[in-house]
Write a protein that binds this ligand. Structure first.
Ligand code: HSE
Length: 342
């Protein structure tokens, strides 16, 4: 499987590392032989149809140069759209930074990939939050797959759990802590009496927060994930504008203390329960399975027959999210192999 990687930040590097590290195992266990034939970054690209060496690229980056400076295969200034159009590959892995204003540049990358017959794996919530119904239709129209497990829950397979493990049951409602940064902040405030600002600064230092922290604390990141869950799991054709969103800026230490007296705490909860999807700080009992601490994420699926199922795990991080990309690549490979057989 030939792959074009678009974006070479924390997740992009995680993807090259994970694909290189597990090479032999993957071929043996899954008959899956991935090869990154191009990487497009902000200032150019690097292309080698025989497959790029992650170690060499990392060494260039460590010296402070962009990867497009690779003396053998570098293409300084080559735009990602040209790479997607001109390089032969089966899959585009899109891991550029999130933009919820217009979804760019990821939205154009994804559309270009579809139009040139390439499957897409993305960890980018922006295009999905703004245009998921249209993008899934466009993928179908072009007869390609769109996969995005890393957009919700990082490495924790929340989308697959609901879609595959709960197949046949009806999911009636979803409630979740879907943002690690806000969970970390609220946990630090309630357990260690740290102020909101101090906790946010720590979350940024630890690398959990988005580049624009308003994405986390004002609830937009959670809302993007709610949109993706609603479309993929509950077949609701909604976008970000359909979600009522309130972040955690107004949650005070006093409010957390009051909740604690009642055996509860306050969490930023995204929920879809039949009415309008919402994101808002919500008081929940400390013994609710959703009530996880620190940067953990948790989601509860309420189902018609199997009752409530809660999944807990790490919702962010380069390697965690890259593991979701690998899952998606294997899923596409499996789908293509089955197609050949039928
Ligand atoms: N900023 C996000 C979080 C990253 O804190 O959960 C993962 O989407």
């Amino acid at each position: 499987m030939r792959i074009i990687l678009v974006g070479y930040g924390v997740v992009g590097k995680g993807v090259t590392t994970i694909l290189a590290r597990k090479d032999a195992e993957k071929v043996k266990e899954y008959g899956f032989n991935p090869k990154i034939v191009a990487i497009a970054d902000i200032d150019g690209a690097v292309i080698d149809p025989r497959g790029l060496s992650p170690e060499k690229l990392e060494a260039i980056k460590q010296k402070g140069f962009p990867i497009s400076k690779d003396p053998d295969f570098g293409r300084p200034g080559m735009p990602a759209l040209d790479v997607i159009e001109s390089v032969e590959a089966e899959v585009v892995v899109e891991v550029t930074p999130v933009n919820i204003k217009n979804g760019e540049p990821a939205l154009s990358h994804i559309i270009k990939a579809f139009k040139t017959g390439k499957h897409v794996v993305t960890t980018n919530k922006g295009p999905l939050a703004l245009a998921m119904p249209a993008l899934t239709e466009l993928a179908e129209y072009n007869n390609v797959y769109l996969r995005f497990s890393g957009t919700v829950g990082g490495g924790t397979p929340m989308l697959e759990f609901a879609k595959k493990c709960l197949a046949g049951d009806k999911i009636l409602a979803i409630q979740g802590i879907l943002n690690g940064t806000t969970n970390y902040i609220l946990t630090e405030m309630s357990q260690n009496r740290v102020t909101f600002q101090e906790a946010l600064t720590n979350a940024q230092k630890l690398g959990y927060a988005e580049r624009e922290p308003s994405m986390d604390i004002d609830g937009f990141d959670t809302a993007c994930k709610v949109v993706i869950l609603a479309n993929w799991i509950m077949n609701k054709k909604i976008t970000l504008k359909d979600v009522d969103i309130k972040g955690i800026r107004d949650v005070s230490l006093e409010a957390l203390d009051e909740a604690a007296k009642r055996g509860n705490t306050i969490k930023l909860i995204g929920s879809i329960d039949g009415d309008r999807p919402t994101v808002k700080p919500t008081e929940i009992p400390k013994n609710n399975p959703l009530c996880v601490s620190g940067v953990l994420n948790a989601v509860t699926f309420s189902t018609e027959f199997a009752g409530e199922q809660t999944l807990v795990g790490r919702g962010a991080g380069g390697m965690e999210t890259a593991s979701a990309v690998l899952r998606d690549l294997l899923d596409i490979r499996h789908k293509l192999a089955t197609k050949l057989l039928t």
